[in-house]
Design a protein around this ligand. Structure first.
Ligand code: AMP
Length: 283
């Protein structure tokens, strides 16, 4: 596996692979890799691409300094895991200076409309602006045919889809299903920050979301959501920031089950010092 800290070295390598007739599938990450990440690389490989990934903890998408400082950084273990899986042929590991040579101010302003005003957009001010900056810069650096992202970050996929439209980029966006631990907790780099009792309790998060899915059109939506929140928060360890059902395309928040065909239930919560998100498609 090639490891490139600079855009120039990465681009030279990508150019040579393209000249050999290969297509590039790219799955960016912030590291602390787990099987969820590996599933993206597997999907890219399966689709026939030469697989490129990146590990970059993007400072512009963190709206809390403490969260950025605490974010797990495990590059040596990540590289070992990637080598073991054997799918990623080139790993891009830029410095902040390489990605943001003129500083970390937001330089591209996108009109994300209503996509930005709900859920993560409403609760993490500036988060998606930062995500859009870095994904655009990463896409420019790599020059890929297909971008692989996880459904785990549902709203992020909607934002990036819009960004690709606004930038008139032909990059294919491939969304991969969420990999879960055996108790249902969505795999996440942040899970390793949980205390033992918090980790056990966290399984309730996914159970609560599936409870909402189970009640689809059976029980009033407001009552369904209230029940799910009460279920998740019952032991006082988890505190919900939001738990909402939204239209999958527009992210318009549903107030009742009618008039919506393809929904997603999304939540964010705090457990100890850790903030977790998850979502489940309905029906
Ligand atoms: P992150 O390193 O958390 O920024 O995630 C990098 C990519 O991996 C994003 O596209 C995520 O949506 C995806 N991802 C994170 N967790 C999972 C998971 N449990 N299953 C599948 N994809 C995931």
């Amino acid at each position: 596996m090639y490891i490139f800290p600079t855009i120039e070295a990465l681009q030279n390598w990508v150019k040579s692979r393209r000249e050999a007739g290969e297509t590039i599938g790219f799955a960016p990450t912030m590291g602390a890799l787990h099987e969820g990440h590996l599933s993206l690389f597997a999907a890219a490989k399966e689709a026939g691409h030469t697989v490129v990934s990146s590990v970059f903890v993007n400072p512009t998408q963190f709206n809390e300094t403490a969260d950025l400082e605490r974010y797990p950084r495990t590059l040596a273990a990540d590289i070992a895991l990637l080598k073991k899986q054997g799918f990623v042929e080139a790993l891009f590991v830029p410095s902040v200076k390489e990605m943001y040579p003129s500083g970390t101010e937001i330089t591209r302003n996108y009109d994300f409309g209503e996509l930005l005003n709900v859920m993560e957009g409403a609760h993490r001010k500036g988060h998606f602006e930062g995500v859009a900056q870095v994904v655009k810069r990463l896409l420019d650096a790599v020059g890929c045919d297909a971008l692989f992202m996880g459904q785990k970050d549902f709203q992020q996929t909607a934002i990036i889809r819009r960004m690709l439209e606004l930038e008139k980029m032909a990059t294919e966006l491939v969304i991969c299903t969420t990999l879960r631990e055996t108790d249902g907790l969505a795999m996440s780099s942040r899970n390793r920050l949980l205390e033992e009792n918090e980790r056990i309790e966290a399984a309730r998060l996914n159970e609560g979301l599936f409870q909402v899915k189970k009640e689809y059109k059976k029980q009033d939506l407001g009552k369904t959501i209230a029940d799910a929140i009460a279920y998740i928060e019952q032991n006082g360890l988890m505190k919900i920031e939001y738990l909402q059902v939204a239209d999958r395309k527009t992210l318009q928040i549903a107030k009742n089950w009618d008039n919506f065909e393809e929904l997603v239930v999304c939540t964010a919560l705090r457990i100890g010092k850790v903030r977790l998100i998850d979502n489940v498609l309905i029906p």
